[in-house]
Each structure stands twice: as structure tokens, then as C-alpha cells.
Design a protein around this ligand. Structure first.
Ligand code: FE2
Length: 491
């Protein structure tokens, strides 16, 4: 095996590590799954030992951002306490034995995002758009990728940032910034965008595309802004509407300016699957690729690919820890048909925030009672919807599918039968769909086919297999802990 490139993102939030050789992506996983600390910013010895089983001979290390450049921005922003932390990750990384002697290359934060998307995409030529909160200075970048070269054609810099704007309002709604933006996005469906004009007047300025400006810096949140406004859903709807309006203008501009029919979209804002559903329906591009882990944790892989500068075949998102034990897919389907719920912890763990069938809690999606039951297990806000996994050939009967493929739960689309399947529909009748082919996950596919034979239903509710407040189950022991706590059979 050729020497591996090791990509790392850490010391900010949600640390991750990836190993890539010329033969392709060998391994990619989140530190939190090993340390059992949600969004753990630090690497973990067990993660590195697991990666070492796959990487053969590590040759060099690619870090997902440039620490000194980041420090200059922190000093500019007045974040002195953070800036005073020694920005050199080298000393930290060398504390892990297998990484000790590797030369370290620092990759520009947005280039890590762009390369992670472009080099895992099926396109050799594409427009590449990166939108996130903040890395070093860049917050929005547009690139043209062609013949393995990424040429940057537009950038917006701190303090103007769509991601910071969204995170500041997530925090304002009493949620955790950099973590619970997806809950804030879900809240938007319950509100009306009544504050859109107010927020546009006081916080954000949408200029001629692709300009995005903030009227005040937001890295310390919205401190005291309009405290008389307390209705979270209307604020969420307003912020989502402004974000969608800006992103639409940015992507229209990109389609016209770059002139490519392919889009690669990356950065933490690409996790906003409500907007992604709209984007897919706009037909600005013939095809769209969003790497299933487009946020900073995905940039562990992105940094390695930026350094490698080669396309790699996308092997699917199952790149982490391996639970290598036999699975009786018929028994899983029968349990789902008779008991309604089953945990599935088998094969390699998902790289990315979504459980896509290898660390999933599955349930019969029919009827209202199931939503209550799964909510009781997950102990989460009752208003939040669950997502479905559906056989790809049946997806269009049940959902108003976008023209792009949806195997990674990245697009919110209208459900055609929300009354029949309330457990997998949001209050506005939409669903974050995962379409499935045999090739993508043969075991989950076999379970779905069998479940359809038994019940006539080609779909299952698919949510993450985790104990409340903990990361996704990683090992079989974690799965057994889940089963014991919740009295749900795990396979
Ligand atoms: Fe980022």
C-alpha cells in the first residue's frame, strides 16, 4: 500500500481524522464517537489506534486550517483569550505517538472544504461554493474546479459571515451555537418570517449578489439585541428566509459567472437541508454534490485531499469504526414488522452527522403513535420530525423528489402522504429523505425489501442510535448499553 496522507481537524469543535492513500479513502471518523463526548474538539487515542489499522504507513499530515492566520483574525476580532492559546497544533499532534514524526502541512480552511467536496465529487469540472461560519478569515468562497485545480474567483471575509449570522440567532433562541443550528432550522417551519425586514434593517445587508454584509460583528452573539422579541419560531423563520434569499442569489450568481453545469457545495451552511431542498428544485445546475460531511469535521478528509490533489472514488459514508459481526437482516425486518422498533449497529460507522443505516434506530413509519414512541426513546423536543429511508425506486411515489439523488439525508422535500406517515413528516409536510439502493448499503436494503414484503411499506423511520446527549453509538458495547437502557432490540 502507498503511504497514507493523514488529515486532521481538531482544537475547535468536533475533531476528526481521515486517512487517504492513492488507492482511495481508507478511514474517516469523528473523535466524539471514541471519547463519548459530543462534539469533542480533541483527538482521542482510540481513534488514532483505530485509524492505524487502516493507514498502513502514514507519510504526512494535513491540518485543516492555518493556525497563525486564524490567530491574526482572532486578535483583530478582540478574541484575545482565544488568541493567546498557542496556535501551533504541531506540539499537540506530536503528543500522539503514531503522528510524532510526520511532516505537517497546513491547508487553508476554505480550501479544505472546497477540496473535500471537489475531489470526492463525480465531476472533473464544477463550480465549488463554500459557506461556513469562520475559519481563518474567509467565510464565503466560490471556486472553479477544473483538471484537479481549484481556482478561487470570489471571497467574503470576516466579520461578514452567513454562518455566524445563523449561529448568533441559534444562540439567541436559547440553543447551542455551532451545534444546534439544525434544531433552529426545524423551528423555522413553526413560524412566520415576521422579523425579516427588521433583521435586514438592523443586522444584515444583502447587497447586489454575491455580496453579503453584516451591519454589526456577531462573533460574540447578538448581546441584548431586541430582547422584547421572544417568539423563537418567528425569528427562526425570518433568519431562515434571509439565509435562503442570500444563498439563492449567491448560487444564481455562481451559475452565471462560472458557467458550469455542476455544483459542489460545502461548508457548515451546506448542512441546511431545508435550503438544499430548494436549491435542488431550482435547476440552476444539472447535478449537485454535497459531501455527506460538509462541515469542519469533514475537512479532516478535505485537508488530506487538498494535499493529495487527486480525485478519489467516493466509497460511501461508512468509513469509521467497524462492528464486524454477522447480521440477520430478516430478523431485523421481522422485529420491525412485529415490535415497531429495532436498533441497527453493524459495519463501519458513518462519517458525518447523519445515521445512515449502520448506527441507526429504525422504526415502522406508519401512524402517529410511532412518533411518540421514538420520541420517548430519544427524549427530544416533541416538535422535531424524524427522517425516512425509502427504497429509491419507490421514493417518487411518496415524496416530491428533487432532480438530484438523495442518499445522505441532505434535502428536505414535500411528502405526498403526510397523513399516512406523520412520524417522518415535519409540521409543514416535508421530510428529509434518504433514498437507498442495494449498492449503497446492501444490509439496510435487504431489511427494507423484507419489511416491504411483510407490511407493504417501502420505507422506515431512520434516526440516530444514541443515548440522549451522547454521540452516535460506535462499538457493539455502546449498542448493548443503548439496548439495555431503552429496552429496544439491537442487531
Ligand atoms: Fe468551516
Amino acid at each position: 500500500m502507498s503511504r497514507a496522507l493523514v488529515g486532521v481537524s481538531c482544537l475547535s469543535h468536533d475533531a476528526a481524522l481521515a486517512a487517504v492513500t492513492e488507492d482511495g479513502i481508507q478511514f474517516a471518523a469523528h473523535a466524539e464517537r471514541y471519547s463519548r463526548r459530543k462534539n469533542d474538539p480533541l483527538l482521542h487515542q482510540a481513534l488514532i489506534e483505530d485509524a492505524a489499522r487502516y493507514w498502513g504507513h502514514p507519510g504526512e499530515l494535513a491540518f485543516y486550517e492555518r493556525p497563525w492566520l486564524k490567530r491574526s483574525r482572532q486578535l483583530y476580532a478582540g478574541q484575545y483569550r482565544r488568541a493567546l492559546v498557542d496556535p501551533r497544533p504541531a506540539a499537540y499532534l506530536r503528543g500522539f505517538e503514531p503522528l510524532r514524526d510526520l511532516p505537517i502541512f497546513y491547508v487553508d480552511h476554505h480550501l479544505s472544504h472546497a477540496a473535500g467536496g471537489y475531489f470526492t465529487s463525480p465531476f472533473r469540472e464544477a463550480a465549488v461554493v463554500v459557506v461556513d461560519a469562520i475559519g481563518e478569515w474567509d467565510t464565503i468562497t466560490v471556486w472553479h474546479g477544473r483538471d484537479r485545480v481549484l481556482r478561487r474567483i470570489f471571497s467574503t471575509r470576516y466579520p461578514h459571515s452567513v454562518g455566524l449570522f445563523y449561529s448568533a440567532f441559534t444562540h439567541r433562541a436559547g440553543l447551542k451555537p455551532n451545534e444546534e443550528e439544525y434544531i433552529f432550522m426545524g423551528m423555522a417551519a413553526y413560524g412566520e418570517p415576521r422579523y425579516r425586514a427588521l433583521i435586514e434593517n438592523e443586522i444584515v445587508q444583502l447587497g447586489p449578489p454575491p455580496q453579503f454584509r453584516l451591519r454589526r460583528p456577531l462573533h460574540r452573539g447578538l448581546r441584548g439585541w431586541r430582547q422584547e422579541i421572544v417568539d423563537g419560531p418567528d425569528i427562526a423563520a425570518s433568519v431562515q428566509a434571509i439565509t435562503e434569499a442570500y444563498l439563492t442569489s449567491l448560487l444564481r450568481w455562481t451559475a452565471q459567472t462560472v458557467g458550469s453545469r455542476h455544483l459542489v457545495y460545502s461548508g457548515g451552511v451546506a448542512l441546511n437541508c431545508s435550503f438544499n431542498g430548494l436549491l435542488a428544485g431550482m435547476a440552476l445546475f444539472d447535478d449537485i454534490w454535497i459531501m455527506p460531511n460538509p462541515g469542519d469535521a469533514g475537512s479532516a478528509l478535505g485537508a488530506a485531499l487538498a494535499q493529495l490533489r487527486e480525485f478519489v472514488p467516493w466509497p460511501g459514508p461508512y468509513l469509521g469504526y467497524d462492528i464486524d459481526r454477522p447480521l440477520d437482516t430478516s430478523a431485523v425486518a421481522r422485529t420491525l414488522a412485529t415490535q415497531g422498533t429495532a436498533g441497527l449497529a453493524n459495519g463501519r460507522a458513518e462519517y458525518g452527522p447523519r445515521a445512515l443505516g449502520n448506527r441507526s434506530l429504525l422504526a415502522d413509519p406508519r401512524g402517529m403513535a410511532m412518533k411518540e414512541r421514538v420520541n420517548a426513546i430519544k427524549r427530544r423536543q416533541r416538535y422535531r420530525p424524524f427522517a425516512p429511508v425509502v427504497l429509491r425506486e419507490q421514493a417518487a411515489e411518496l415524496f416530491n423528489m428533487p432532480p438530484v439523488d438523495a442518499p445522505y439525508m441532505q434535502y428536505v422535500v414535500p411528502c405526498r402522504k403526510p397523513d399516512e406517515y406523520p412520524a417522518i413528516c415535519h409540521v409543514d409536510g416535508s421530510s428529509r429523505v434518504q433514498t437507498l439502493t442495494r449498492e449503497q448499503n446492501p444490509q439496510l436494503h435487504a431489511i427494507l425489501v423484507e419489511f416491504q414484503k411483510l407490511t407493504g411499506c417501502p420505507m422506515l423511520l431512520n434516526t440516530s442510535l444514541n443515548i440522549k446527549g451522547e454521540p452516535l453509538v460506535n462499538t457493539w458495547d455502546d449498542a448493548l448499553n443503548f439496548a439495555a437502557l431503552h429496552n429496544v432490540p439491537v442487531f
